[in-house]
Design a protein around this ligand. Structure first.
Ligand code: ING
Length: 311
C-alpha cells in the first residue's frame, strides 16, 4: 500500500516592511485554504514568512530589530494559523524569526516549525548556515546581515515522525550544503521542507547571478536524490523592499525530478501527490548507506592528503 501524502508549497510574493502581521497572516490563511482545496495534507510557507526579510538592511536600533521577531509561537497574531489548520485538518511548515528568552538572555534565531493537523507544533529547527556578513557594507546595493541579527541554530537537524512519514527541515542557505541533507538522510528522512529568501543578485559574486535558479534547483535536486527524500522548496519571491528575489518554488521527488514548480513570482500554491515509498528503492539499492557508505575511510583520506590549500 503506497504511503501517499499530498504536499503543497505556498510561495509568497514580497512582504512590505509596512505590512502588519495580521495582513500577512491573512495572505497565509488564504493560501492554506487554497492548498486544502487542492487536496493538500500539508502546506509549507517560506523562510521568514511573517515579515519582510530585514537582514537586507542595516540597523543599530535593537528595538527595531526585535520588531521583526516573534516572542511566542503561536502568539495572538499567529494563533489564527493554528486554529485554521485544525479546522481544515491540514498540517503546515512555517518559517519565522524567533526571539527566545528561555535561557535567561535574549537570543534570536532564523527558525522553522512543523505543525500537525491538530495545530500542535511537532518540530522546530533553527538555521545553522547563516550566509552573508555581520558588518555594514554601505557600498553594496543591499545587505545580508543574518550573521548580525541571528545566532547559529543550536538544535541540529532534527527529523520527526509526521504526516505519515519522517519529516525534517532546513532553511535557505542550508540547502547549498550537502551536510544539511545528509544529517537528515542518516535519520531516514522522507520529506524535507526548505523555505528561502534568495536575492537574484549576489553582491559578493555577481558572476553567479545568471545561475541563481540553476543553483537553487541543483542544490535541492542533489539533496533529494542523494538522500532518497522528497524536498519542498518554498520561496519568498519578487522585489521586496528593493531586493529582487528568485521564485522557483518546487517539489522534488527522491528520484531528483522536479514534479511541481511555481510559475509566478507572487503568492502561488503548488501541490504534488508524494509517494513516501518512492525513496525506498533508492535507499535499499544505490544509496543503501549501511553497505555502501564508508565514513571510517573518509576521515583517513582527509588526514592523509590534508586540505589542498591553494598555493
Ligand atoms: N539567502 C541566500 C541563499 O543562500 C545566498 C544567500 C544567495 C548565498 C546566493 C549564496 C548565493 O539562498 C539566505 N537567506 O540564505
Amino acid at each position: 500500500m503506497a504511503r501517499i501524502v499530498t504536499l503543497a508549497a505556498a510561495q509568497m510574493g514580497p512582504i512590505a516592511r509596512t505590512e502588519t502581521r495580521p495582513q500577512v497572516v491573512e495572505r497565509l490563511l488564504a493560501m492554506m485554504r487554497q492548498a486544502k482545496g487542492m487536496g493538500a495534507d500539508v502546506v509549507a510557507f517560506p523562510e521568514a514568512a511573517l515579515t519582510a526579510f530585514f537582514p537586507h538592511w542595516y540597523t543599530e536600533d535593537d528595538a527595531e530589530v526585535d520588531r521583526w521577531f516573534e516572542a511566542e509561537m503561536p502568539g495572538p497574531q499567529t494563533q489564527p494559523l493554528f486554529d485554521e489548520a485544525r479546522r481544515l485538518g491540514i498540517g503546515f511548515h512555517l518559517g519565522y524569526c524567533e526571539l527566545d528568552r528561555t535561557s535567561g538572555r535574549k537570543r534570536r534565531f532564523n527558525t522553522a516549525i512543523l505543525v500537525d493537523a491538530q495545530g500542535r507544533i511537532i518540530g522546530k529547527y533553527r538555521k545553522i548556515h547563516l550566509p552573508g556578513h555581520a558588518d555594514h557594507r554601505p557600498q553594496t546595493p543591499f545587505q545580508n546581515l543574518e550573521k548580525r541579527y541571528f545566532e547559529v541554530g543550536d538544535l541540529g537537524f532534527g527529523a520527526w515522525r509526521a504526516f505519515g512519514g519522517i519529516a525534517g527541515m532546513i532553511i535557505c542557505n542550508d540547502r547549498r550544503w550537502p551536510e544539511s541533507y545528509r544529517v537528515l538522510g542518516l535519520q531516514a528522512v522522507e520529506m524535507v521542507f526548505c523555505g528561502y529568501n534568495t536575492p537574484v543578485h549576489h553582491p559578493a559574486a555577481p558572476d553567479h547571478d545568471r545561475l541563481g535558479q540553476f543553483h537553487n534547483e541543483l542544490s535541492m535536486q542533489s539533496g533529494a536524490y542523494q538522500n532518497s527524500t522528497w524536498v519542498v522548496g518554498i520561496a519568498k519571491a519578487g522585489v521586496e523592499e528593493g531586493v529582487d528575489m528568485i521564485a522557483g518554488s518546487c517539489i522534488i521527488a527522491p528520484t531528483g525530478e522536479i514534479v511541481a514548480r511555481a510559475s509566478t513570482a507572487g503568492d502561488e500554491v503548488i501541490v504534488a501527490r508524494c509517494d513516501l515509498d518512492l525513496g525506498r528503492s533508492y535507499r535499499e539499492t544505490t544509496f543503501h548507506m549501511a553497505i555502501h557508505r564508508r565514513p571510517e575511510h573518509y576521515r583517513m583520506i582527509v588526514e592523509r592528503t590534508g586540505p589542498q590549500a591553494p598555493d
